[in-house]
Design a protein around this ligand. Structure first.
Ligand SMILES: Cc1ncc(COP(=O)(O)O)c(C=O)c1O
Length: 469
């Protein structure tokens, strides 16, 4: 029982008991991740309905609430488990959960530097590390966001402010056909008309064609439009394709365009052995979106935007008001000056603690392993005549489909996916590539190792055999 006269301030002994109960609950969950099914939604509707409930006026006890949360967490895709090979995984390094616990329990204000200067420094240092890892020069700066979509949004606003000023209805933004849909959405949210977004063709390996970019810029100029931005893909979601960065950057800069790299999925592969050569040209981009909740294996809710000319990020986002005069001295900058947010959580600790606790080498090694595992899976499937491979993995996505008639591809593809996932060892996802149904396997969780990728390949082969012989 809580003996405190103030129910929102439980006695220390009660807090300790609650903290231990939560720790036990979480630790048991994390320890069993590998044995948990890769997804489980059986009976989820009834469970969902049980949470449509009135708000209680009186207190409930924590053990009972945890008992209800356990099954709710179980009835999900196991996105933290080793078998999660769908979409873009990451896993969620546990040290970030510890960081979040410290950050939210201490609840320091992170919107302005004056309120927590050393904690702000921890976050700034974490961002500076990311800039260094991406090869960005002195003068670059960045911001931790809630994810790649928000990073891309702020990147577009920054480029718009720098290159166009307030009148931008005649501007052109170049993307490839494979660019993530959040970029077009960001353009819309940033006030651009739909006609501003120009989707350029890709080559046989799903990479932006530099000549097409140059031709589009020239043509748009003759039409009186103002080309100002190209968004390059550093790992597309469909196949992990990396656009030809050096050529695109050269063309874009010759024409005065801002180059933004959507490296949400692929950017951290720069840390892997051979990664700098693999992503050559990334360091010359004007801004870079990264998703630490993907390639740095941190939990969901952590993106980053890095901008080569850090002052541009400030010019695009800085606001002012008299009621913050005590905490915003002339010349001082806080995170609120670099993003749409004011009050925010202490995201820096989610990056700083895992990197400190494990060291960068552990992340490098994991990223290298993911590239190797994807190639291994690719080679096994490529050597099986029942599969048509859509590309060699450029990073850690393997995209493929069953060979056959159009009808086979459209009918048997989803059935193959259903059967493989129904084994509940791995979880894959599908997409459409070139308008046709395709399967994809993305190896990016730090918990995914050779045994699980092997299971995925075996399941695909056995189920393909059962379907098409
Ligand atoms: C290439 C790419 N860009 C951007 C995003 C959007 O990132 P987020 O989901 O963190 O908003 C994704 C998400 O998968 C992605 O794969």
């Amino acid at each position: 029982m809580n003996a405190s006269p103030f129910p929102l301030e439980p006695e220390p002994a009660e807090l300790e008991a609650q903290t231990r109960a939560v720790a036990d609950f979480v630790l048991a969950h994390v320890a069993s991740l590998g044995e948990q099914p890769s997804f489980d939604l059986d009976g989820v509707e009834a469970l969902q309905a049980s949470f449509r409930e009135p708000l209680p006026e009186t207190a409930r006890l924590l053990p009972g609430l945890l008992e209800r949360l356990g099954p709710a967490i179980a009835k999900t895709y196991n996105t933290a488990g080793p078998g999660y090979l769908a979409y873009i995984p990451g896993g969620g390094v546990y040290a970030s959960a510890l960081a979040d616990f410290i950050a939210t329990a201490t609840n320091r204000y992170m919107g302005v530097t004056a309120a927590a200067p050393v904690l702000a420094q921890i976050e700034e240092t974490s961002i500076a590390w990311l800039c260094t890892l991406m090869g960005m020069p002195a003068g670059s700066r960045g911001i931790l966001t809630s994810g790649g979509s928000l990073s891309n949004f702020s990147a577009l606003v920054t480029a718009r402010e720098e290159r166009l000023g307030e009148d931008f209805q005649d501007a052109s933004i170049y993307l490839s056909e494979e660019t993530h849909h959040c970029v077009a959405k960001a353009a819309r949210l940033a006030g651009f008309p739909r006609a501003s977004v120009c989707r350029l063709p890709t080559d046989a390996r799903f990479r932006l064609v530099p000549e097409a970019l140059e031709a589009a810029i020239r043509e748009d100029r003759t039409l009186g439009r103002r080309p100002f931005l190209v968004v390059v893909n550093v790992g597309t979601t469909n196949t992990g394709a990396v656009d030809p960065l050096p050529e695109v950057v050269r063309i874009a800069h010759e024409h005065g365009l801002w180059v933004h790299a959507d490296a949400a999925y692929g950017g951290f592969f720069r840390l892997a052995p051979g990664g700098e050569a693999l992503l050559r040209g990334l360091e010359d981009c004007d801004s870079i979106t990264l998703d630490p909740h993907k390639g740095l294996f941190l939990p969901y809710g952590l993106g980053a935007l890095l901008v080569r000319d850090g002052a541009a990020l400030v010019r695009a986002h800085r606001g002012s008001a008299s009621y913050v005069q005590d905490v915003t001295a002339e010349g001082s900058l806080g995170f609120a000056d670099l993003s749409p947010e004011l009050s925010r959580d202490f995201r820096g600790l989610r990056v700083w603690l895992p990197l400190m606790l494990h060291g960068l080498a552990a992340f490098r090694e994991q990223l290298g392993e993911k590239l190797d595992l994807a190639r291994w899976a690719y080679e096994r499937l490529r050597d099986d005549p029942r599969f048509e491979m859509l590309d060699e993995p450029q990073l850690s996505v393997v995209a493929f489909r069953l060979r056959g008639t159009e009808e086979d591809v459209e009918r048997l593809g989803p059935e193959l996916l259903r059967r493989v996932n129904a084994r509940r060892r791995v979880f894959l996802s599908s997409t459409r590539i070139g308008g046709r149904y395709a399967l994809r396997l993305c190896v990016l969780s730090f918990r995914t190792h050779a045994d699980r990728v092997h299971d995925a390949v075996v399941a695909l082969k056995e189920e393909a055999n059962a379907l098409v012989g």
